[in-house]
Structure formats: C-alpha cells, structure tokens
Design a protein. Structure first.
Length: 102
C-alpha cells in the first residue's frame, strides 16, 4: 500500500484553524490523525478519540510509539488510503493550493 502523503506545516495549520475535525466522529479523527505526523487538532481531542476507538485508556507516552498504535488500529480497522485522508481535508487544503491527488 502507498505511504500516506504527509501534510506540510502550512497545511496542518489550515486544517487546525478550519476546525473541520469538530465534525468528525472519534473513528474519523483517529483514522486521520494517527497517520498524519503533524498534529492537526488539539491533542486532548485526539487522545480522547483514540480512547473511544480503542475502548481503553491510552496514556500520553503511548503516542511516542505511533507504530504500535497504528498496528492496534489496523487490527480492527482498515488502514486509510491517501484518498481517504485527502477527502477529509480537501476543502480546507484548497485554500492554500490544490493538493488533492486522485
């Protein structure tokens, strides 16, 4: 499977400022943020979403090992594709340029 295209610093800020993530379910938040290296929403919202999706407490130090969290996620859900990720933020990224890859 193709690697997820990472957002630039500027793109991450656009997503954060847009607050598009406020409309997402916990599973959508995790599906997006777990695979994007730059934090695009408040950490406490991300951590709460991970705890809801994983159905267990997730401690701050666990986020240092993203691979383990991604593996745990992929045991229950399918890894998102580039298209999945970009569709979630496309309207916000359009503000700073056309980054959507079909």
């Amino acid at each position: 499977m193709t690697e997820i295209r990472q957002l630039s610093y500027e793109e991450a800020i656009v997503v954060y400022d847009s607050k598009v993530w406020m409309k997402w379910t916990p599973e959508e938040i995790v599906k997006f943020q777990l695979y994007i290296e730059r934090l695009c929403l408040p950490f406490d919202i991300f951590q709460t979403a991970v705890e809801v999706v994983f159905e267990r407490p997730v401690f701050t130090h666990e986020f240092a090992n993203g691979d383990a969290l991604r593996e745990e996620y992929e045991r229950k859900y399918q890894k998102p594709s580039n298209e999945d990720i970009m569709k979630m933020v496309y309207s916000q990224l359009k503000v700073i340029g056309d980054y959507y890859e079909s």
